[in-house]
Design a protein around this ligand. Structure first.
Ligand code: MV4
Length: 499
């Protein structure tokens, strides 16, 4: 593999292109009409237009992506996340075209994509799965008996699901039949598959996931990420390690995740999602067969470049991670910066980024995909970039995040930056008292503060006031003080208007 087509956009496309260059590979960008001026297009060695702005006519078109690889001489394709990353049919099409798919085998994607099949295979592999069914159920009588055996509350989930779509909580027998019908119809609409099954509903769990990496010889894990801070199944902040995971629990969950990957013949980077309860029990939920948005927190605490490892493994090389008991070092936190309006219920916002200052300095990483002048549209998700900070401990990583959030300036569109600043001052969050329902309880953190939308107004008012004050001031230049006695710096300062 010498030239990799990056079948994605935004920050992850840029992230992958950087990894290609570090691995001595050329990178081919693809872009829709909306992304012609995006940074990922210029960062690549070649760029191929693949169609109109709508994803269904560009980034989701398997035929156009494979054609773009052929026409640009690429011999591999990296799918990134989202779009086609977890479509087994895409991995197959890439393989059939004689190209390298930078990701897992299509069989592993398919096995994990069907949630009841994944549950069967994980149970077989000895993983703890949430108590419940491992086959779809449609008959309400059968469902009723199953729910009694599981014990209420139960959760109706879509077999083809994931990410929370088509999920319904049922707290009593009388509500079951209706939930089955509604979940099935939602699943049909969202996935084209009406299959649903039942699980025991776990109250107030944490969402903890384990990063795995597999080459032809070894499957290893790189510890956990704590992902409980999310709103409507969209993660907002992630950290590694998790306050809730002891070294002993890390070994147990790590062994489970490695067994899961091995059971489906996994290669490349992947993630096992678990629900973790307050008493330290954990249950396998699903496996994400892609690189994830939040991968950088793992990179910072394990010192591993996961995207470069994906590229090495795809080339048939062994992973560059030493064969030792790895341990996390320090703490890392990621804040996802989205173009969402905190003063308007997190409504996705559009517009042109007129100015952008990104954070930097010790322990700070910015993974972004936009620059000043770019247009933010509703064609794609609202992620603008990610701030990732590292510290020797959680307190230092969080302090650096507050500092970095203070440095970030986005002008032209609203972002969720005010939410992150509030969260990072919250006593319960700072104590680590979090679970997946944290933000449902703490709507005060989601609600806007009066100043959220007013910063730009305040800046304009301050500039106008300053201008007026300057005009009113007597000009010093030409006064007796100016002349032979004034040094060069003073004259220069006057020219610059600094006074
Ligand atoms: C659950 C659960 C409680 N009990 N399953 C939501 C998305 C999907 N991946 C699985 N999800 C959940 N499954 C049982 N049996 C609670 C959730 C859940 C959740 C999980 C991970 C991250 C955020 C979440 C938010 C709400 C509910």
């Amino acid at each position: 593999m010498n030239r990799v087509l990056v079948a994605n956009r935004g920050e992850i496309a840029l992230r992958i292109i950087r990894a290609c260059h570090e691995e001595g590979l050329e990178a081919v960008a693809v872009y829709s009409e909306a992304d012609r001026l995006s940074p990922h297009v210029r960062a690549a060695d070649f760029a191929v237009p693949i169609g109109p702005s709508s994803p269904s006519e560009s980034y989701l078109r398997i035929d156009r992506l494979v054609d773009a690889a052929r026409s640009s001489g690429a011999d591999g394709i990296h799918p990134g996340y989202g779009f086609l990353a977890e479509r087994a049919a895409f991995a197959e099409a890439v393989e059939h075209a004689g190209l390298v798919f930078v990701g897992p085998p299509s069989g592993a994607i398919r096995a994990m994509g069907d949630k009841t099949e994944a549950r069967r295979r994980m149970e077989q592999a000895g993983l703890p799965i949430v108590p419940g069914l491992t086959v779809p159920v449609s008959d309400p009588v059968v469902a009723r008996q199953a729910a009694e055996a599981i014990g209420y509350p139960v959760l109706v989930k879509a077999s083809a699901g994931g990410g929370g779509k088509g999920m319904r909580t049922v707290r009593e027998p009388a509500a079951l039949e209706n939930a089955l019908v509604l979940a099935a119809s939602e699943a049909m609409k969202a996935f084209g598959d009406p299959g649903v099954y039942l699980e025991k509903y776990i109250e107030r769990p944490r969402h903890v996931e384990i990063q795995v990496l597999a080459d032809r010889e070894r499957t290893i894990h790189l510890g956990e990420r704590e992902c409980s801070i999310q709103r409507r199944h969209q993660k907002l902040l992630e950290e590694a390690p998790s306050l809730a995971v002891s070294p002993k629990l890390r070994v147990q969950m790590g062994l489970a995740a490695v067994a899961a990957a091995e059971a489906v013949g996994y290669r490349s980077a992947g993630t096992c999602e678990f629900l973790l309860t307050a008493d330290g029990s954990f249950y396998f939920l699903e496996m994400n067969t892609r690189i994830q948005v939040e991968h950088p927190v793992t990179e910072l605490v394990y010192g591993v470049d996961l995207v470069r490892e994906q590229l090495r493994i795809a080339r048939g090389l062994p992973m560059g991670v030493p064969n030792l008991m790895l341990q996390p070092r320090g703490w890392a936190v990621e804040c996802r910066i989205t173009s969402e309006d905190t003063t308007n219920g997190f409504l996705p916002a559009t517009g042109r980024i007129s100015y952008l200052r990104t954070p930097a300095g010790p322990g700070v990483r910015w993974d972004g995909g936009f620059e000043a002048g770019n247009e933010v549209t509703l064609f794609y998700d609202s992620l603008l970039g990610k701030i990732i900070t590292w510290g020797r401990d959680r307190t230092e990583a969080l302090a650096r995040m507050r500092r970095a959030l203070g440095e970030l300036v986005v002008v032209g569109i609203p972002t969720n930056q005010p939410f992150h600043l509030r969260l990072l001052e919250d006593a319960a969050f700072l104590r680590g008292e979090i679970d997946v329902q944290f933000l449902e309880r703490r709507t005060d953190l989601l609600a806007p503060h009066a100043r959220d939308g007013q910063l730009a107004d305040i800046a304009v008012a301050a500039a106008l006031a300053e201008d007026e004050a300057r005009r009113a001031r007597k000009p010093l230049i030409g006064a007796a003080a100016a002349g032979a006695s004034a040094g060069g710096w003073l004259q220069a300062a006057r020219r610059e208007g600094l006074r």
